[in-house]
Design a protein. Structure first.
Length: 306
């Protein structure tokens, strides 16, 4: 990217409110950073309708057996990997369902791999290596909106018929023009000129939280505001599983533990068994018929009893 192109990006502009950054006392410097960070949520708010469309297409395609791929370089790629890696413990999904790809591969998670982001063929190759299918969804992430690695992956996805999403921090970007579902969150110039790990990175994290959490809610992974498909894979999560059952079903710890032991720590099934007063086999059958939605399963029982 040449100097002329760089100067046209909002994220590469010089912030007029932070010109004295190096002269401030520590607390005043932090107040300045904090004031800039406050702008991020309002910028994301302006993109909620676009984010909602992306959530819906992710959920629809996952119901068909599709996967979600985040693809990015540098900070953007790392944020995609973070969001993807949190989905299995939080929502009990397979690690293959949401995946993060980063320019430069595994090594680039920990340190910069120079030049990898400038190669559009690498983006395509990484998705080919994942055996990308038309019912998968590809979400490109880049503050600039023009990273070649990401564009290469998105264009390949479109070639084979995958829905594509872009998460960028510049308006009218090249990625937004390629994407079926563009999300452009304009957070303005960074406190430190061009350091898009700051406001841009925060905005990206917020959007990815919405994409994955929203899709999982629509897949029945949530009851009320509880993560009912959480996997009790360590002591903290075992305790959380018990507490979720206690809160959702209104029972004490002893009762919650009893049902969790019976269901091999299937939180969702335990909750539904307690509330419905059905045995494990019958409860499981109705839950499956209701696509794993506890509320939908409870509603079906109400209809039967009327």
């Amino acid at each position: 990217m040449n100097l002329e192109n760089l100067s046209q990006l909002v994220t590469e502009e010089r912030n007029p409110d932070t010109l004295n950054l190096d002269k401030l006392e520590t607390v005043d410097m932090l107040k300045l950073i904090n004031n800039e960070d406050k702008k991020v949520a309002f910028a994301v708010e302006k993109s909620l309708s676009d984010i909602a469309k992306a959530v819906d297409v992710i959920a629809e395609n996952m119901k068909k057996g599709g996967r979600l791929f985040y693809i990015g370089a540098g900070t953007s790629g790392r944020l995609g990997i973070v969001d993807a890696s949190e989905c299995p413990p939080t929502f009990g999904v397979d690690a293959e369902l949401v995946q993060g790809l980063i320019a430069g591969g595994h090594d680039a998670i920990f340190k910069s791999v120079e030049g990898a982001e400038d190669n559009d063929e690498l983006g395509k190759k990484d998705l080919i290596d994942k055996n990308l299918k038309p019912f998968d969804v590809v979400c490109g992430i880049a503050a600039s909106g023009r990273t070649p690695y990401v564009l290469g992956g998105m264009r390949y996805a479109k070639e084979i018929g995958c829905p594509t999403i872009s998460v960028t921090m510049n308006p009218n970007s090249e990625m937004a023009k390629v994407a079926d579902y563009p999300i452009s969150v304009v957070v303005g110039p960074e406190v430190l000129m061009g350091s898009t790990r700051m406001k841009a990175g925060t905005a990206q994290k917020m959007v990815l939280n919405m994409l994955s959490t929203g899709a999982m809610v629509k897949l029945g992974k949530v009851y009320s505001n509880l993560m009912v498909d959480v996997k009790a894979s360590n002591e903290k999560l075992v305790a959380r599983a018990k507490r979720i059952v206690m809160l959702a079903a209104g029972v004490d710890e002893k009762t919650a533990a009893k049902y969790l032991n019976e269901t091999n720590y299937d939180v969702k099934l335990s909750i539904f068994m307690i509330i419905s007063k059905l045995n494990k086999d019958k409860a499981k059958k109705i839950l499956n018929k209701s696509d794993g939605y506890i509320q939908k399963a409870l509603d079906s029982l109400d209809k039967e009893n009327k």
